[in-house]
Design a protein around this ligand. Structure first.
Ligand SMILES: Cc1cc2nc3c(=O)[nH]c(=O)nc-3n(C[C@H](O)[C@H](O)[C@H](O)COP(=O)(O)OP(=O)(O)OC[C@H]3O[C@@H](n4cnc5c(N)ncnc54)[C@H](O)[C@@H]3O)c2cc1C
Length: 334
């Protein structure tokens, strides 16, 4: 088949590599090659991502920039440590570039419905947030985010640090990148992130190398339908593969791309697999939404809390964190 992949983030690059031998793949990305970037804090779980790296002939260890041991969680009145189980920061940009080095690629091609010549057998919309080739999502929930890359002489933290905002509407993060560099960012549905970042950067002297940002979609796949229309099929964050509690989308988007590869002959089976695998995201999303909307009540949300807890507890290595109910309750009650 002739397959167009629009968007060369983690999902599109992985797919481009996976499909290149059996199909004629042509890839497009809006960014020019010289300005290509991976807007993200670059945190992931090494156990969760290793398989996908291997699928692309890469050794994930070669991309690790910081191996985490603990995450400091600041809830205002106290701070506590979450022991880590494989959470790392990695060079996501190089990872993407190395996994996508095969297909014919058109950088600097900003695709939309009117300018795209759809003469392919299949078109994959792997554009993350924008999904220009698929219908708009009604009630799409987006968390605005801003992030700085900062170089410190004297880093304020030596490991992962996060500060959740009230109502679980987002959080501030400090993700170390090694050699004094860090991604310092924040996202907040209630838009307090810029003010918080400004104060942090003022308090902790460092050299700002760059500033980026874009919103994260936390609407789960079940609410991002349709996944396909005509010969266009959505993969990755374009169809909501982001874990709503954490804004974690790298591994889920790779997983989604892998499902696409497995079910390429049957898009109904692809849809069913995505809905089934990411079912828990809908529960977590509804839980978070009641907090954000100020409608949270522990009695009615107990099922949601326990579902989220058991899901993460049984997948600790996948998330790279030790999961304790007491930690979750501390954050909820803060
Ligand atoms: C600030 C921030 C920090 C984050 N930190 C983390 C983290 O630490 N860990 C984690 O797991 N997740 C994180 N995420 C989420 C994660 O980055 C995404 O969910 C994940 O990268 C989605 O992958 P994707 O391939 O589906 O889309 P993307 O990575 O968004 O890639 C989409 C690609 O499509 C291209 N594109 C977009 N529109 C068009 C168009 N119209 N035409 C052509 N090309 C287009 C873009 O240039 C981009 O290259 C973060 C997100 C943000 C915004």
């Amino acid at each position: 088949m002739r397959i167009a992949i629009v968007g060369l983030g983690v999902a599109g690059s992985y797919l481009a590599y996976q499909l290149r031998d059996q199909h004629k793949v042509v890839a497009f990305d809006k960014l020019p090659a010289s300005k290509f970037d991976a807007v993200c804090a670059w945190g992931t779980s090494k156990d969760g991502i290793a398989k996908f790296a291997k699928d692309c002939g890469l050794n994930f260890d070669d991309y690790i920039m910081h191996n985490g041991e603990r995450m400091l969680v600041d809830i205002g009145k106290e701070t506590f440590d979450i022991p880590l189980k494989g959470l790392v920061c990695f060079d996501k940009l190089k990872f993407i570039q190395d996994s996508a080095d095969k297909p014919e690629t058109h950088f600097g091609s900003w695709v939309n419905r009117s300018n795209f010549k759809n003469d392919f057998d299949m078109v994959v919309d792997a554009t993350g947030l924008s999904r220009p080739l698929l219908p708009r999502i009604h009630g799409d929930k987006l968390i605005p985010c801003v992030q700085y890359k900062v170089k410190y002489k004297d880093p304020p933290f030596d490991d992962f640090y996060i500060k959740p905002f009230d109502d679980l509407s987002g959080y501030f993060w400090y993700f170390p990148l090694g050699n004094g560099y860090a991604h310092v960012g924040a996202g907040d549905y209630n838009k307090r992130h810029n003010e918080f970042l400004y104060r942090f950067l003022k308090e902790h002297d460092g050299q700002v190398i760059s500033k980026t940002g874009r919103p994260i979609r936390i609407t789960p796949p079940a609410m991002c339908e349709p996944f396909f229309e005509g010969n266009v099929i959505g993969v990755g964050e374009s169809i909501g593969t982001v874990y709503p509690l954490l804004g974690e989308g790298i591994i889920p988007s790779l997983q989604c791309a892998s499902f696409f590869k497995d079910y390429i002959e049957n898009m109904n089976a692809y849809r069913a697999q995505v809905l089934q695998h990411f079912k828990i995201y809908e529960t977590v999303y509804k839980f978070i939404k009641t907090k954000i909307d100020g409608k949270f009540d522990m009695k009615t949300q107990f099922f949601g809390l326990m579902s989220m807890f058991f899901h993460m507890r049984f997948n600790e290595k996948r998330y790279g964190l030790q999961i304790r109910l007491s930690d979750m309750l501390k954050v909820l009650r803060a």
